[in-house]
Each structure stands twice: as C-alpha cells, then as structure tokens.
Design a protein around this ligand. Structure first.
Ligand code: FEO
Length: 397
C-alpha cells in the first residue's frame, strides 16, 4: 500500500489485512488494518509495527519514504502481536541496538514475546522524546486494553497515536473519517463492545483525564481502521457514552433452538416486548455472530436468552455466548431466560444462574414443555410484555 502523508512528514505506513474473517473470536467481515506511523524529522521514529506476516509489506511501505535503516527510534504502544509481531523483522533490518520505547509493562512483556536482547527503553507517564521539530509525549493507558498499553501524543501537530483505542476493524483505502463517512461508526461501536467494554470504567477515567489535560487533539490515529481528523471529538464523545453504558429502551433477544419450540417462544416474547414499545430483534445464534450480538448488548437494557435443554444442560451455542458475554462484563442489565424442554428442563435455570453471576437484575424464567400451544405462546407474549414494562420503568423514553 502506498504510504499516506497524514500531516507534514508524518506517514501512515501500515497495511490492510483484507482477508481476516475472525480476529480471536470477533468476526471481521470487512477485514482489518494494522496501522503504523512514521515521523521523519532530525530523528526518525516508527510508531508500532504490524502483524508478523505483514512485516515485509511494512518495510516496503517505509522504503517508499526513507531507507528503513534511517529509523532511529521505534515506539511500541502495545505488545499484542497484531502491532508488535513485525518487531523482530523490523529491528533486524534497522539495527537491533536502536531503542524501542515502551511503557514499563511493555518493557516487561515484550521480552516474553521477542528477543530479550533488544534495547527496550521503559518510559514514564508524561515523559517526552524530542525528534527535532516534533516532540512525543507518552501517556500510560494501562489495561486499555493490556497492561502494557500506552498512547503517544505529538504536541506540534496535536496528533494522538492511540493504539487500539478509537480503532475499528476495517480494511479500506479510505483512511480518514471524512472520506469513509458515517458508516464507520458501527465498526467503532463493535470494536468498543468486543474489545474494550470490559475496561469501560478505566476508559471513562482516561477520556476525562485527556479532557482535563486540555491538550488539543486535531487528529486521532488508531492502530486499526480509519484516522479521525474531521471530528475527533465525535469518537471521544461516543467513547464517553459507550463507557457509561447508558441503556436505551431496547432488548437483545438471543436464542438457539432444536425443533423450533424455543424459536416460537422467542417470537412471542419479541412480540410482547414490541407491544410495550421496546426495540427488539430476535437473534438466532446460528445466524448471528457472538460479536455482532455483543454490539447490540452494549446499549440494550435487557438481555433475554433462550435455550432448549439438551442432555440436562444448555445448547452449546448458548453456553458459548454466555461465556463470551460474561468476560466482557456488561453493566446495568436486566436478564431473563426462557426455553422449551422435553423432560428435565434445566436450561432456563442455568441461564438464570449465569446471568445472576454477571450481576444482572434477573427475573424468573419461563419454560414450556415440548411444542408451544396457543396458551403457552400467550404466556411467552406476556413474559415479553412484563420485561418491556420493567425496561420502561427504568429507562426514560
Ligand atoms: Fe490491536 Fe490489542 O491489539
């Protein structure tokens, strides 16, 4: 890919990964990009690398601007291997004695991934590095989303290099928010819901910290997807809102089914929710990917989960979803379970227990034996209405 000069003497030298479909359990139908940034000054700095298999593409991109051996410093904002996998190859090319600036935790973690002989230089919060006309300031962002994560701020151009923060899994030649347009926001939301939600309280603190520091931000350059240059405040405000997890009058109804009985219950429950004015879409687990469902969970007030009982337990796709959701720790949710069964009927109870463990406000589940009839469909409809009324009580219109 031809490098893009994003500001004078500052280039995006990253790569598109058009073909990746699954990013450690997160569906990426539009692929992703691994962004890396080159600043050419008296000293030349490379901010982050790319996934290992794209290291030669990164070097080829750099070569279109300068001889890679002229790079003086590498900044590693994050140890995760989609940004550091190319480090060994890059260092081999530019000189293994060159300093790799990283956070204190980065200096601990990087040698557990790569050679311990590299020249890792741990930086402190607020520490500065002059390149000549450009000055970099390092901001510790521990657990957003790894212990080693940090941001790098370029004062003169007011650019924040934000690692995974504000990123989106999106491969494209459109590298800026104003070029790609509003369609990028669902990708940013999905990224937040599936990568960062777990750390929402820390992100809120970070957003507040950056606001209080009063630093100007003209551009946010994440390590995935497009660069925010038209309206960086738009994504900062979206992060503040998502971190607050303020729910809408909305329910996510997720289920699997064996012989369509749990499906019939799901349809009736959804109709009941809709009758109370609650936005809802039944999400069948063999149609919807867990990461797309989590995106919907982010701003929903209720999560309604249905499973048939299979061998005295949950249907496997339902277990998968519950495990995934539990890890991401969504807050402020009402939980409700339902499901059909043949003879033992444990599934709805097991879902209820799982959601209690997640801190949800859980209501008593509803079950139906074998195939729903008109009466049980009515009961499911009323179950949906009851959840809907609870949402209306708790969420202003
Ligand atoms: Fe894009 Fe946490 O790596």
């Amino acid at each position: 890919m031809k490098p893009i000069e994003i500001a004078k003497n500052i280039y995006d030298v990253g790569v598109n990964d058009w073909n990746i479909e699954d990013f450690h359990g997160y569906s990426t139908p539009l692929g992703t990009s691994y962004n890396a940034y080159l600043i050419v000054d008296d000293k030349v700095a490379l901010i982050d690398t790319v996934k290992k298999e794209f290291a030669d593409q990164l070097l080829a991109n750099i070569e279109q601007i300068i001889d890679p051996r002229k790079i003086d410093y590498v900044i590693s904002n994050h140890t995760e291997m989609d940004h550091s996998g190319g480090l060994a190859r890059v260092m081999h090319r530019i000189g293994e004695d060159k300093p790799v600036y990283c956070s204190k935790m980065g200096a601990k973690n990087l040698p557990m991934h790569f050679s311990s002989k590299l020249n890792y230089q741990a930086v402190k919060e607020g520490e500065k590095l002059s390149l000549g006309r450009h000055t970099l300031t390092f901001l510790e962002t521990r657990m957003v989303h790894w212990p080693d994560s940090m941001f790098t701020y370029l004062k003169e151009d007011q650019i924040l290099f934000s690692s995974d923060g504000f990123g989106q899994h999106y491969a494209g030649f459109e590298k800026f928010d104003d070029v790609v347009g509003h369609t990028i926001m669902p990708h940013a939301k999905k990224y937040f819901a599936n990568i960062l939600l777990l750390y929402a309280p820390l992100i809120l603190k970070l957003v507040n910290k950056v606001s209080e520091m009063g630093i100007g931000i003209k551009m946010i350059c994440p390590d995935h997807g497009v660069i925010w240059r038209q309206d960086p405040l738009k994504i900062i405000n979206a992060y503040a809102q998502w971190s607050n997890q303020t729910p809408k009058r909305k329910a996510v109804l997720v289920y699997d089914t064996m012989w369509h009985s749990t499906e019939q219950m799901a349809d009736a429950i959804a109709a009941g929710l809709n009758a109370e004015g609650i936005k809802v879409r039944p999400m069948y687990l063999r149609k919807w990917h867990r990461s797309d469902i989590m995106t919907e969970v982010l701003d929903a007030k209720a999560v309604v989960v249905g499973s048939p009982t299979l061998n005295n337990g949950l249907f496997p796709t339902v277990s998968d979803f519950l495990t995934y959701m539990k890890g991401l720790k969504p807050l402020n949710k009402i939980g409700a379970a339902f499901g059909s069964y043949g003879w033992s009927g444990e599934a709805a109870k097991l879902i209820t227990q799982e959601m209690e463990g997640m801190g949800f406000e859980v209501i008593a589940p509803t079950r139906h034996q074998y195939v729903p009839n008109a009466q049980s469909r009515e009961e499911s409809y009323e179950f949906g209405r009851a959840i809907g009324r609870l949402i209306r009580e708790q969420v202003p219109a």
